[in-house]
Ligand binder design. Structure first.
Ligand code: ATP
Ligand code: MG
Length: 552
């Protein structure tokens, strides 16, 4: 967070200087009910980054208090993603490891007259709670004796009641202007098998009660969360105090990160996955960490992006192009350059000797000469891009058309003499001549051409599949936020978000491995897809095109 001095950092600094704290402990607390997304990356960068900066520690803690939605698959995926982003946690914890402790603290509250078992239904509780303008109403069960509450709570634990029959509520203040303090539910009954504790429990603590206890038990000093929890802070402090926790963590809120042209909540992401709008949680169109990884984004780019987006209190929607900017920056010097033809058109160089092959020299990355050079074959038949030829071009078209001469990158000038069509009138082949004098690197200055084309040699090229992506969600900028809220986001799914084309790549790409990244001349940065690449055919995900209008 170096360059990005932020308000949380200021608080931590003051706490250390004043002696309020003698160390910094943070935690990243995902609920294992889905895969991590780039919004979580912000939380990860802030939690790990700040602790690191002050010589502190960060725990990874799974907030698994809701057995119905949680799964081991998510636990494993989250661990993988945090590590991939480049962070090492100190302790690995599960909220469910503390269920005994939480139960004891709830009993303590009952004994102090600060919690009671309520028989009201969920609907009644909501109704009794009141609104911002109307105070709440006390439950008729609010004044049960400590003995009766202890007995009922024990029975709840022993499975003597059905789901929803009873809850445990904190006894705080039904007329508080903060609705969160109007006797919040702190335990509920759920006869469900938990991914970690199995069938040991049939009562589960609510997040608002569990979270402060988890933080305190781990000695977390600064509990960083997003602003929707701001109104819960008084309850957080109440739980820490009344449960007599030894440590006193402090909750601090920051703004959620949102991106244009995508959805970020796990609920929506899950819907896209389950209803097969996309190819799994790691679909390269999703803003999940695993999707971004498969698309080809790097941890460096994601970290730099999150830092640049900043740590303000405000809720920010950041242009997805800003993320793209950072991956280009990161790959510029790292990614080897290569040529690939996405939609091939055969070119026969009629004056090039048959059966001859030349191996031309090309830089692997002209911006990073240390990467060395590669060899590219050139012979009588090559492929160029269909888009690089027009039979009847408009003015200022500098690519191939009958009679025009262009430069082939790393090779020669060629001139188009003849167009071959099939029975449907489709152009299937160009017949060209090359000029041996114009060889790249020979210092030829005889004449100039305006177009430079990429190409691959037809006899040596390897087949490849290219997957080109557009935004998954089409934002409607005309629409008010309220209109957008009321509409299903599924209506905004872009049906053309994935285009698959088949083409050819240079033969030296034979050894490219899944997750290797390349810059294809004129086409942008691509990643070798780990899921669909086979022995016979490499599949490339376009990470980003080369240019963007985005300026930082
Ligand atoms: P979602 O609504 O996407 O399911 P969540 O907040 O329920 O998100 P958790 O697993 O509870 O997801 O989140 C773990 C941590 O990541 C929390 O501290 C949460 O505040 C933070 N977080 C989640 N989404 C974002 C976001 N978009 N920007 C910043 N932090 C986020
Ligand atoms: Mg959540």
């Amino acid at each position: 967070m170096e360059e990005n001095s932020n308000f949380i950092k200021t608080i931590i600094k003051e706490d250390l200087e004043s002696g309020k704290r003698d160390k910094v402990v943070t935690r990243f607390p995902p609920e294992p009910n889905g895969y991590l997304h780039i919004g979580h990356a912000k939380s990860i960068v802030i939690n790990f980054g700040l602790a690191d900066e002050f010589g502190g520690k960060t725990n990874l803690r799974f907030d698994d208090t809701n057995p119905l939605k949680e799964d081991q698959e998510y636990v494993d995926a989250i661990k993988e993603d945090v590590e991939w982003l480049g962070y090492e946690w100190e302790g690995l914890f599960f909220a469910s490891d503390y269920f005994d402790e939480m139960y004891d603290r709830a009993v303590l509250l009952i004994k102090k007259g600060l919690a009671y078992v309520d028989d009201l239904s969920a609907d009644e509780i909501r109704e009794y709670r009141g609104t911002l303008s109307k105070p709440g109403k006390e439950s008729p069960y609010r004044n049960r004796s400590v003995e009766e509450n202890l007995e009922l709570f024990e029975k709840m634990k022993n499975g003597e009641f059905a789901n929803g029959e009873k809850v445990l509520r904190a006894k705080i203040d039904m007329s508080s202007p903060n609705i969160n303090l109007r006797d919040p539910v702190i335990y509920r009954i759920s006869h469900a098998t938990h991914h970690n504790t199995g069938d040991k429990w049939c009562i589960y603590p609510m997040y608002a009660f569990a979270h402060p206890i988890e933080d305190a038990l781990e000695g977390v000093t600064h509990s960083l969360c997003t602003t929707e929890f701001e109104d819960q802070r008084p309850l957080y402090d109440w739980v820490v105090r009344e449960c007599e926790m030894e440590a006193t963590p402090q909750q601090i809120e920051f703004g959620r990160l949102n991106l244009t042209n995508t959805v970020m909540s796990k609920r929506k992401l899950k819907q896209l996955v389950e209803e097969k709008y996309v190819d799994g949680w790691d679909d390269p169109r999703l803003p999940t960490i695993s999707g971004l990884r498969r698309r080809g984004f790097t941890p460096e780019a994601i970290r730099e992006f999150v830092k640049a987006a900043g740590v303000s209190k405000g809720y920010s929607t950041v242009d997805a192009q800003m993320l793209e900017h950072f991956v280009r920056e990161d790959l510029k010097l790292k990614a080897p350059r290569t040529m690939g033809v996405l939609r091939p058109l055969k070119v026969v160089i009629t004056n090039y000797p048959e059966d001859e092959v030349e191996w031309l020299d090309a830089d692997i990355n002209p911006e990073n000469p240390d990467m060395g050079t590669r060899k590219i074959p050139f012979s009588r038949e090559i492929y160029v891009e269909q888009d690089d030829f027009m039979e009847n071009p408009p003015a200022k078209y500098f690519r191939l058309f009958p009679g025009n001469e262009v430069r082939l990158k790393h090779a020669y000038f060629i001139k188009c003499n003849e167009v071959v069509k099939d029975e449907n009138g489709e152009v299937v082949e160009l017949r060209c001549t090359y000029d041996v004098e114009t060889k790249s690197g020979s210092g030829f200055t005889g004449r100039k051409v305006k177009g430079t084309l990429h190409w691959v040699d037809a006899t040596h090229a390897l087949p490849a599949e290219f997957r080109l992506y557009e935004p998954l969600i089409l934002d409607d900028e005309e629409e008010s936020e309220e209109e957008a809220e009321n509409k299903s986001f599924l209506d905004q799914v872009n049906e053309k978000s994935l285009v698959i084309v088949n083409g050819f790549i240079e033969p030296n790409m034979q050894d490219a491995k899944p997750q290797d990244k390349f810059q294809f001349f004129r086409h942008g940065y691509f990643n070798v897809d780990p899921k669909h690449t086979t022995e016979d055919k490499k599949v490339f995900n376009r990470i980003v095109s080369l240019k963007s209008s985005f300026k930082l």
